[in-house]
Design a protein around this ligand. Sequence first.
Ligand SMILES: [Zn+2]
Length: 494
Amino acid sequence: MTAQAVQQEDLAVVIGLEVHVQLETDTKIFCGCSTDVADDEPNTHTCPVCLGLPGALPVLNEAAVESAVKVGKAIDADVPAETAFHRKNYFYPDLPKGFQITQYDAPICQDGELEVEVEGERRTVGIRRAHLEEDPGSIQHEGGSIDTADYTLVDYNRAGVPLMEIVTEPDFRGAAEVRAFLAKLEEVLEYLGVFDSQRDGSLRIDANLSVVPGEEIDDGAISDEALEDANRTEVKNISSHKGAEKALSYEATRQKNAVKRGREVAQETRHWDESRGITVSMRSKEEEKDYRYFREADLPPLRVSDWKEQLEIPELPDARRERFREEYGLSAEAASKLTSTKQVADFYEDVAGEYDPDLAATWVADNLLGELNYRDMAITDVADRLGEFKRLVELVADGEITTKNAEEVVLREMLDEGDDPETVIDREGLGKADEGAVEGAVAAAIEENPDAVEDYHAGEDGALNFLVGQVMQKTGGSADPGSVNGLLRERLDE
Ligand SMILES: [Zn+2]
């Protein structure tokens, strides 16, 4: 090993995150405009409040506060009895008021944590704070980038959409941990029903990353002094788990190489360029004092004293996983698959409540999720058809159709053609063969295969299986192999 390589390995990466998530509410955080703006014309979801017109006053959306308190409960944070809103002052065309309403020194959630599993090991990530704020509008540079565009358009449809900014402690030691945390955070938020990961732009990540000498890390923790000594960069414009892992791997390597060559890492903001797979320097970072935070005088202090006790939150993924293992006797892997989203877990419990839990697990985790995954679909894409899939499990449980046909024909055609199970079974003639037909096929198989019959009487094991196969073929796979087996023995032993 060269001296340089040793030096490089001695460097440890320290990452903290600021994650912006869009809260799922019907209306914006300070006005009655709809948040459902996805495909609508620009500037059609606006009013004097979200356009920042003089004299317009904000009114806080109760649903956004409820969502924030639920998040606080889920991450085991302190929710102070009284919190407040502040103005963060800066000028940018997407911010018509000239300030953003946010929370500064009294965030609604403080000192929380989230447990994540990284490579089989459980770790706790500290969450310093989580606060409510409004989204700015969106800016579109026509005909190029910010430097080269012919002109720029501003759309205020997003202005005032409720966001929660979740700020972690610098607890991550690598990009893979960040990815695991983001997946877990999304999972918890979706269980709470306050977030939709499928919505465009619903997750945006900024990350602070620095490299420090490895000896400064003591049992996973890093001293405040070491962190202050290290220059850090803020990486912006990350919008997915995968993007986060790539951007932070890149940035960690870039900083390590700089340190290794004896260059100082500049304290700066860098932009993640997804298409080029690199981070580029943006501008020197504003400091907190540049924003001139002060209390938002148009909103009174927010008192949420006992909301945390009153609001109910659903069972969270980790607890549900544990219960599935105990209550239904599932393996860790099956329990994990079946709790991957709340919709999957709810559907599994619905099916397991009526049929054998193992059969239900096979059908939901392996068959249904497997076929959906193959088609690049999620359970939410078939949310209104879950009754049909449950009927298919019922048909299998009642022996109305063979498992093989249900898996290989009916389920697949239900997904590809959009038909219900009965329609596919009728069309493909997969209904259970009637007794007469099975008996006829048994008689014919014996008649047509005298050699196999002879082998059976001579005690050859394979002969019976061969005859069962013949009967299954004659009935188009619709007979039950077990009863065919019994029926054949009866006839052959007569
Ligand atoms: Zn509005």
